[in-house]
Design a protein around this ligand. Structure first.
Ligand code: C5P
Length: 296
């Protein structure tokens, strides 16, 4: 498995948090709200693979970004991590010490796997620990104001999300899934994908099977959709190539995550996922490809 999150243990005074990739196994757009947001029903899981964030004490606030996709991001208020730090300070109304935050950016940007939202959620978790905030309700309130996906990334466990994404119901009993993530190197604008939807009132998700082993989950997935896939495909045709590459590599199931362009394949075993990732990497050296598994 690709091991972006296998990091050294925390140094004294350092608080490290994983910012895992988010996968929308299914995403139904069921309605449109007066505020322009869409009502969703989505089954979400998180992966071992992702970004990683550390918080340390410092004489003054500092934020740095490292890793494969770090160079493309702002380090000021344009970054959700900085906004999360400041929003948490404001919400607490206390004089909270300066911090140095270091982000290792392994996930592609604007790619439907929640990278920015997961970074913001990891910052909230790490800062709450560092500042010893006993009441984590601060973090919950701040998360939604930062973005529709931040509350689910704060939960970072298998879940069903409804509303704009903030009404979260934990899901138990899903099997651990062997996954390959593929991104063809195109950034996709989430608002643009939502505005390309042909229908904003689609059928809701079916109830999950009582005991969701891999076969039962595959059956359920086959009857579900990602309603954002058609508009994303018309904006970024390379998504079709990603889905085809995953299918050709032996995936038991393929789909786009979120508003794209990252697609995922599910495999019968970790070794099948690793072998598939090796083939796709060889054939498509410019693409982001990661073999990983879901977390419980
Ligand atoms: O909340 P966030 O900033 O992540 O959302 C980005 C954009 O995605 C929104 O401005 C909106 O256009 C779209 N969106 C939506 N319905 C949702 C989530 C996001 O229309 N439930």
């Amino acid at each position: 498995m690709d091991t972006a999150l296998d990091a050294p243990p925390e140094a004294v005074g350092t608080f490290a948090e994983a910012a895992p990739a988010k996968i929308n196994l299914a995403l139904h757009v069921v309605d449109r709200r007066p505020d322009g947001y869409h009502e969703l029903e989505t089954l979400v899981v998180f992966t071992e693979y992702g970004d990683r964030l550390t918080v340390e004490p410092a004489a003054r606030d500092h934020f740095s970004i490292h890793g494969s996709y770090g160079g493309q991001l702002p380090v000021d208020e344009g970054n959700l991590v900085v906004r999360a730090r400041e929003a948490l300070r404001r919400a607490c109304g206390a004089d909270l010490r300066p911090v140095s935050i270091r982000l290792e950016k392994n996930l592609p940007i604007a790619s439907g796997i929640g990278g920015g939202s997961s970074d913001a959620a990891a910052a909230l978790r790490a800062l709450a620990r560092h500042w010893r905030l006993a009441d984590t309700a601060f973090a919950d309130a701040v998360a939604l104001a930062l973005g529709a996906d931040v509350p689910m990334c704060l939960a970072a466990r298998p879940l069903l999300a409804r509303g704009a994404g903030e009404r979260i119901e934990p899901v138990s009993g899903l099997p651990r899934l062997a996954v390959v993530l593929v991104n063809p190197g195109v950034e996709v604008s989430t608002p643009q994908v939502f505005s390309g939807l042909a229908s904003r009132e689609n059928p809701p998700l079916q109830a999950l099977p009582g005991k969701a082993d891999f076969e039962a989950l595959l059956g359920w997935l086959a009857a579900s959709r990602n309603d954002l896939e058609p508009p994303a495909l018309s904006i970024a045709p390379a998504i079709a190539e990603s889905l085809a590459a995953l299918a050709a590599s032996g995936a038991a199931f393929t789909r786009m995550s979120g508003s794209g362009a990252t697609c995922f394949g599910l495999y019968a075993s970790d070794s099948a996922a690793r072998a598939a990732a090796d083939i796709i990497r060889r054939d498509r050296p410019g693409w982001f490809v990661a073999a990983t598994s879901t977390t419980g």
